[in-house]
Design a protein around this ligand. Structure first.
Ligand code: TRP
Length: 336
């Protein structure tokens, strides 16, 4: 079969550079993207425009955006095979974002759980951008006419809204947008906090969060202090309901080593948590070591980073412009 004739499906996703990338981002998202590189036509971006819906320190935002790109590459996302770009470099996002705000309902946005969460956390800054965030996210997605959007559970509601907005727009103007499917990878999708394993790993609880650029000794300390369970069984057994902490450590160890839960139970049978926790820490340290070293090297090569994000923005912009032009025409804007 002639390979060129087989059009690959389009995959797109983004992460906000509002915090340093952590193990949850890696095992839940980036690692899967790397494994799927050849299967899809891929667009991955740093969602910097979304981060300013809450206050950021400018210098930190800039550093984290570049570091995120360096970590994408160091993790194995080949810039030749994946379009890697910075959201704010592709002006079509802001432009389509505005149009889609006019096709997103106040009631719909009011129901978004992330808005309710974030507005209760930042009561002094419930700005219009925070409220309209899902319209911009819809624009991020729909510009590239993707088939699949790999996201975590917490973004499912935004993906549903994207589909609703796209369908509403198509209903008025014909088939402008492809209706994308959320894609939630089965394995490694959810890494939980090491200190409160009932919640997702997040930068908001630093002691329970392992950052990709963190020093090995800090990573080890966090694993040694990881919560296991309150009973005294001291047995490595997969039981997410009664032993969420142990289950989380087992999931991490399994994602890193490829071992099954049964194999892990056997490996540590009779050994207890005192042996198990540092072993998980060790596996994570060794997995992250080459990535951290490569990212550190790339961060020093500003010229290379620049060439990657410029080429990425150019490719992304080319695709995005086609969609934006169609949209502008449909709504009745005079062609430029
Ligand atoms: N809202 C996503 C998050 O907070 C980030 C994001 C922005 C995104 N635009 C996107 C994810 C488009 C997937 C597709 O995690």
């Amino acid at each position: 079969m002639d390979e060129k004739k087989v059009e690959k499906k389009v995959m797109l996703s983004g992460i906000q550079p509002s915090g340093d990338l952590h193990l949850g981002n890696y095992l839940g998202a980036i690692k899967n993207w790397v494994e799927r590189t050849d299967e899809f036509d891929n667009f991955y971006f740093m969602a910097d425009m979304h981060t300013i819906t809450v206050r950021q320190t400018p210098a930190d935002l800039r550093r984290r955006t570049l570091e995120q790109l360096a970590l994408y590459i160091a993790s194995g996302l080949d810039p030749e095979k994946n379009t890697l770009f910075i959201q704010s470099h592709v002006h079509q996002h802001a432009e389509l974002g505005w149009v889609l705000q006019c096709y997103t309902m106040f009631g719909e946005l009011s129901r978004m759980t992330q808005f309710k969460d974030k507005s209760s956390k930042h009561q002094d800054n419930i700005n219009a951008g925070l409220f309209a965030y899902p319209s911009l996210m819809a624009a991020d997605i729909l510009l590239y006419q993707p088939d699949l959007i790999p996201v975590g559970e917490d973004q499912k509601q935004h993906c549903e809204l994207t589909r609703d907005v796209a369908q509403r727009f198509n209903h008025f103007y014909g088939d402008v947008f492809k209706i994308p499917e959320p894609y939630i990878p089965k394995t490694g999708a959810r890494v939980m906090c090491l200190t409160t394993p009932e919640t997702k790993m997040s930068k908001s609880i630093p002691e329970g969060c392992v950052f990709m650029m963190e020093k090995p000794e800090d990573i080890q300390r966090k694993f040694k202090r990881a919560v296991t369970d309150s009973d005294t069984e001291n047995c490595v057994r997969f039981d997410p309901v009664n032993k969420p902490g142990v289950a989380n450590l087992m999931s991490i160890y399994s994602a890193v080593t490829g071992k099954t839960f049964e194999q892990i139970e056997q490996e540590f049978s009779g050994l207890g948590y005192g042996a198990f926790k540092p072993q998980v820490g060790e596996a994570v340290v060794e997995m992250l070591r080459p990535i951290r070293e490569e990212a550190t090297r790339i961060m020093k090569d500003k010229g290379y980073l620049e060439s990657v994000y410029r080429a990425g923005a150019e490719k992304a912009s080319y695709v995005a412009e086609k969609t934006l032009r169609k949209v502008y025409k449909k709504v009745g804007f005079v062609a430029r």
